[in-house]
Design a protein. Structure first.
Length: 147
């Protein structure tokens, strides 16, 4: 693995955490939104990550196939899925959005969980920034060895 691969891997991690932060902010922004239909009510969204490995071990020879480039290492956003958690039904009979029983369907967003996800994504992003800075410093120190 070369030093430039480290930049690609950390960059892919930063991109993935950016998607995660955007998803969390969308969930928090829509936490109290209501509609007149249960089918149209906002549902929490969650990103799905997939790890990408640079080298694949050949089972027969026991050797690693290093022919894959640096784009084959890191993390990738496989997609964004809706949460399967049930909607929050609140009894508000005077609301214009209430059903015939007086219940209003609110999104299945748990703001406390979303805040924890936000902190986790932010710290993961910062960790990748730290990796980039450390790799940059190592490269700079390596260049000064010959002086």
């Amino acid at each position: 693995m070369s030093m430039s691969d480290i930049f690609s891997i950390a960059g892919s991690g930063m991109s993935a955490q950016t998607v995660r932060l955007n998803t969390v902010s969308s969930n928090i922004a829509n936490a109290d939104s209501v509609t007149s239909s249960v089918g149209k009510t906002y549902r929490a969204r969650e990103p799905v990550f997939r790890a990408i490995q640079q080298s694949l071990l050949d089972v027969n020879s026991g050797q690693a196939d290093m022919s894959l480039g640096p784009e084959a290492a890191g993390v990738q956003v496989a997609g964004i899925v809706e949460s399967k958690a049930p909607l929050q039904m609140r009894y508000e009979p005077h609301s214009p959005y209430a059903d015939k029983n007086g219940y209003v369907a609110y999104p299945n967003v748990n703001v406390v969980e979303e805040m924890a996800n936000m902190i986790s994504a932010s710290r993961s992003f910062q960790t990748n920034v730290d990796v980039l800075n450390t790799a940059k410093q190592l490269m700079q120190k390596t260049l000064t060895l010959g002086q």
